[in-house]
Design a protein around this ligand. Structure first.
Ligand SMILES: NC(=O)c1ccc[n+]([C@@H]2O[C@H](COP(=O)([O-])OP(=O)(O)OC[C@H]3O[C@@H](n4cnc5c(N)ncnc54)[C@H](O)[C@@H]3O)[C@@H](O)[C@H]2O)c1
Length: 151
């Protein structure tokens, strides 16, 4: 019996085998968790579906975190299968390419900065907000950070 037996985990942020979320999902699966996954866009869907199958799950849902409608829809659809969620993993990061191409001060624009924070940070709150009715008092929400938070 694994550490997460009987736990239901929603994992947001699997794009490839190299995604940190992939490693988290793999470890959660090994520890007995039941998984639901999201994919950012149609291009990623088949890959995420294949990963999910390997982890014994058919629960995959589209979710571009830039869209409140897609986030709402994610929980509406998930709620048809699960009545609650024990864990949400948010492993999402993005900045427009031009914001990363050169000296930080020179290339950073107000709009580029806004987009990076909207997708990478605000989306964690947005998931918590939309998923709140499926959470219980012992549910856990996990996000990943790196230099942005340290600096
Ligand atoms: N790679 C590192 O060294 C490192 C270190 C510490 C923390 N992190 C953090 O871990 C997280 C995951 O990074 P990763 O290294 O696994 O990279 P990754 O590219 O595999 O994961 C990023 C994920 O964000 C998703 N994403 C981007 N825009 C999205 C959108 N609009 N809607 C929905 N999903 C969207 C992508 O589909 C992808 O699944 C990021 O927050 C990153 O900052 C990474």
């Amino acid at each position: 019996m694994g550490l997460l037996s009987g736990k239901r985990a929603l994992i947001v942020g699997v794009a490839s085998k190299l995604s940190i979320a992939h490693g988290i999902a793999e470890a959660f699966h090994q520890q007995g968790a039941e998984l639901a996954l999201t994919y950012q866009n149609e291009k990623l869907k088949p890959r995420v579906a294949q990963f999910a199958e390997g982890w014994g799950s058919e629960l995959i849902f589209p979710c571009d975190v830039a869209s409140d409608d897609e986030i709402e829809n994610l929980f509406t659809e998930l709620n048809k299968h699960w009545d609650n969620i024990d864990i949400i993993v948010h492993s999402v990061g993005f900045a427009p390419g031009d914001q990363l191409d050169g000296n930080y001060v020179d290339v950073t624009t107000r709009e580029g900065f806004r987009i990076a924070h909207d997708i990478s940070s605000y989306s964690f709150v947005a998931l918590a907000k939309a998923g709140k009715s499926m959470l219980h008092e012992n549910s856990s929400l996990l996000t990943l950070s790196y230099l942005g938070a340290e600096k």
